[in-house]
Design a protein around this ligand. Sequence first.
Ligand SMILES: *[C@@H]1O[C@H](CO)[C@@H](O)[C@H](O)[C@H]1NC(C)=O
Ligand SMILES: *[C@@H]1O[C@H](CO)[C@@H](O)[C@H](O)[C@H]1NC(C)=O
Ligand SMILES: *[C@@H]1O[C@H](CO)[C@@H](O)[C@H](O)[C@H]1NC(C)=O
Ligand SMILES: *[C@@H]1O[C@H](CO)[C@@H](O)[C@H](O)[C@H]1NC(C)=O
Ligand SMILES: *[C@@H]1O[C@H](CO)[C@@H](O)[C@H](O)[C@H]1NC(C)=O
Ligand SMILES: *[C@@H]1O[C@H](CO)[C@@H](O)[C@H](O)[C@H]1NC(C)=O
Ligand SMILES: *[C@@H]1O[C@H](CO)[C@@H](O)[C@H](O)[C@H]1NC(C)=O
Ligand SMILES: *[C@@H]1O[C@H](CO)[C@@H](O)[C@H](O)[C@H]1NC(C)=O
Length: 911
Amino acid sequence: MRLIPPAFTVFTFIFPLFSRPANAQGTLSAIPRTIPVVNRSPYFGVWATTEDTKVDPTVAGTVPMTWSWRALNWTGYVRVDGQVWQWLGSDHPGVTPATTTGTYLSATQTMFTLDAGPVTLNVSFLSPVEPTNLVRQSFPFAYMYVDAMSKDGQAHSVQLYTDVDSSLISTRNDTVEWNTTHTASSVYHDIRRRSASSLELYDVAEDGNLFYAMTESSAVTWQTGTFSDIRAIFTGAGKLNNAEDTLFRASQDQNHTVLAFAVDLGNIINTAEPVVWAIGHVRESLLLGYGGTIGVERRVSYFWSQYLAIKDGIDAFLADFPDARARAQRLDEKLKQEGSVVSDEYADLVALSLRQTLGAIEITLPRFDAKSGWNTSDVQAYMRDMGVSKRANPVEVIYAAMPALLYLNPKILMYLLKPLFAFQSSDKYQNAYASPDLGNDYLTATGNGTNTKKLGVEHSGNMLIMAAAYGMQTKDWTSLNPYAKVMKTWADFLVTEALHTKDQMSADGLTGENQSNLAMKGILGIYAMSKIREALGPNGEETYFRDQATSLASQWEQSAVANGDHISSVYGQPATWGLAYNSYAAQLIAPDLFTKKVFRDQSDYYDKQADTAPAFGLAYDSADPHVVKSHWTMFAAAASTSARARDKLIRSIHDRAFKKSTAAQFGTTYNADTGASLPLGGRSSPAQGAMFALLVTDIQGKPSDSSSATSTSKNIGGIVGGVIGGIAGLALLAAGVFFCWRRWKNNRTLAEKKGFDGDAMTTTSFSSPEVLSITARSYPMTPSRYSEMPSELVPVPFNAAERSPISSPSVSDSHPSPVLSKGAAERARNAANTTRRAQAQLPPSEQSDDTTALSYLPPSSTTSHNLHQEVEVLRREVSMLRAQQQQMPPATPTATMISASPSAPPPYYSS
Ligand SMILES: *[C@@H]1O[C@H](CO)[C@@H](O)[C@H](O)[C@H]1NC(C)=O
Ligand SMILES: *[C@@H]1O[C@H](CO)[C@@H](O)[C@H](O)[C@H]1NC(C)=O
Ligand SMILES: *[C@@H]1O[C@H](CO)[C@@H](O)[C@H](O)[C@H]1NC(C)=O
Ligand SMILES: *[C@@H]1O[C@H](CO)[C@@H](O)[C@H](O)[C@H]1NC(C)=O
Ligand SMILES: *[C@@H]1O[C@H](CO)[C@@H](O)[C@H](O)[C@H]1NC(C)=O
Ligand SMILES: *[C@@H]1O[C@H](CO)[C@@H](O)[C@H](O)[C@H]1NC(C)=O
Ligand SMILES: *[C@@H]1O[C@H](CO)[C@@H](O)[C@H](O)[C@H]1NC(C)=O
Ligand SMILES: *[C@@H]1O[C@H](CO)[C@@H](O)[C@H](O)[C@H]1NC(C)=O
């Protein structure tokens, strides 16, 4: 661990603001029933849940799960004075689970405090969220770290143990292979299927490698082999034999293999520093994308452009732990501070959505090319429609996640839009409107040219709005230039189709003419085009589209406003209403297009409606009165001009998300009366990036350096942005300069060492001349609506071939209780396996000869860190903190509002 130089200590002493004690800040005010443990990619997510709704979830004595409720074998033991407790995984026979005394959640971390006899453990899981550093963001690893301390002040002999098996990389019972590698500084295990194939089966990518790593030291021992043998060795001796089992066998062999580490901490009162593991799920080829003139191309994770081999990445990742943790804490605190300006509930929702949103996104490059090396200007991002389908880059979900992306790094929004734009600009695409996604199968994200005219207003609107929002916030209009033509086509489509939405369907599955919310989106799309054209270089079209948008907007107002008090869901039908959630987009990109009074009245209307709303909030539309969509509720909250309406809407989302009777991972779509998840309930969906909506409400006045992760949203700045005055301010600023200089220097040193600190990457590799585009459609809807949809559009959530045979217990929203008890878990698994075997011949195995030849190109120029920018950022941070200290009312704990009362309704999950 790096020593803290004395200068820093002095600095900390003067400005305690900057000493950030572990876990002191940034934790949520409440804990949901199911919480993220690790969330790093669509195929690498681990959750903890609790069966007993009166206690918080834990990982000690409980099976960690994937989002689709597949049980994972991930185990941790601690041996104290010869006696063993289990701190991770389902309870094993003869091993006592440690007692969970606390569960803590922040945006990036999950921590459990556990009692194991005379010793307390803090077990923490950190999923780095580093949106402005594509190397770090795309490196699919997470940290697990453990602190131990004696409870009775006496020294105890303490050894830690942990193992994993193949459950994260395979659901089949076929041969897996593994080995153990030593690098200059670390030791790691690696396990993969013998016949890796680029397929997804039961939500598992079948070509994943699982890595389990730690820094080598004399205290560390390791071993691979049969689970029962290895655990017995540790239980007996407190250490392992540093031996490899090379008898490769089936993943679910009776003697299935685990990859294990043990650490002997000796006789201790407490650990001086945490014991750290890195766990990673690595896929060499992520997916097939549309490759322009070369057709289809394989794309790989961005981080490979930085590392010659995975071992370099692992070494750097482990070495980076102290800094990564500090950065994570800063992000946790920043989100907490900014979110709390609205309310503690709001801050909770922002934090809960963070890992889930970014965990659904992968940042990619084309494969290494022997002639030209890595093309870091061809960055594209891909999003899997988690919790709903396997669609790639679902446009309406990207639209919902837009606030988080605009806040964290708008470039990522662009990278998601780019493949959509590229495909639709090509001669492969003939439609005059934007497409809903890149296809139905995430691993083949090559484009969707199907006739989807019904969704044309929805997705053309989404794409144009997101393009304009990106341009307005970043001022990087040139990235949009190559797609001006296709965008104009879409805008033309909207000019004729938007106002009356004839034969159109919204992303919510609403059909019929005169849908005011959908029409508003279409009109905003036209307006977006005028802004884009204006910025790209006026050619007359900007005036044309502005005039069209203005005229349609006023016609819209005449048709949509009912009884003078609200926006009716359908023109001329005053009894209809809905969350006119696209008003959030109006606020972002076109604050003056519609009469402000319309939205003021609508806010007041929400305020009234909320009082008579069902228990779990306002439905998104009166045509579907029992369904809540949290992402759209948050859009409506962000667009509310009334703080009362806003807070009621936020509270309704919070009530449901943190309700202990709700098992599903932070899902988007649920029953308004009971809170029950709907079949396509968007569990773990990136659409929850919508939670950031209140942190991003005014993008138009932003300075152009907005890609900085520390970009402070304008409205928050307006509320808390204090002025640093007088001598104190000067001192603070001077100290800040010093602090930044130090940070800058450290970063430079690190970068020179080619460590994990890739701040370097940013400037050069981000300067890609690129694009945007968007398409959307969110189909979870009431079954009655399916019949109204054209048959080609009826959503098949997990269609026959994809459908998991274990879908009732494992892919449904029902609580995973079967897997919580060991016997039942096994029975369920066996039943599932039988079905799996029956289907096992289905997928053709893809040859692995196309494995990426990973090669190395020196990282492009190192840190171009801008000291000035850092000072500016720091100044803003300081002023915010100060302002907050002076102005914020003390935080009131809200734990009571979510505590499950005995009279809570019985679990309502359909099974
Ligand atoms: C363990 O976590 C608790 C609760 O946050 C905290 O008070 C304590 O300081 C932590 N101990 C260590 C060694 O990190
Ligand atoms: C998980 O552990 C159980 C019990 O040890 C075992 O039966 C099962 O096969 C394991 N799963 C995998 C995928 O190895
Ligand atoms: C472990 O196996 C992988 C994949 O076959 C291989 O690339 C690597 O070199 C092996 N490591 C050792 C130490 O044998
Ligand atoms: C997995 O396959 C192995 C070897 O073929 C077999 O011994 C074992 O019983 C199988 N496990 C399950 C759960 O089917
Ligand atoms: C499992 O391992 C034990 C000893 O470790 C051995 O006796 C037994 O035969 C093995 N079972 C199988 C099915 O390989
Ligand atoms: C790198 O990617 C950019 C953007 O897609 C493209 O214009 C350029 O031709 C590529 N360079 C090479 C060497 O392939
Ligand atoms: C394109 O999207 C539509 C609507 O979601 C879907 O029905 C169709 O199957 C998709 N086509 C492809 C090629 O994925
Ligand atoms: C849609 O609204 C227009 C006027 O705004 C009206 O003329 C038309 O009849 C409406 N269509 C339906 C199906 O109600």
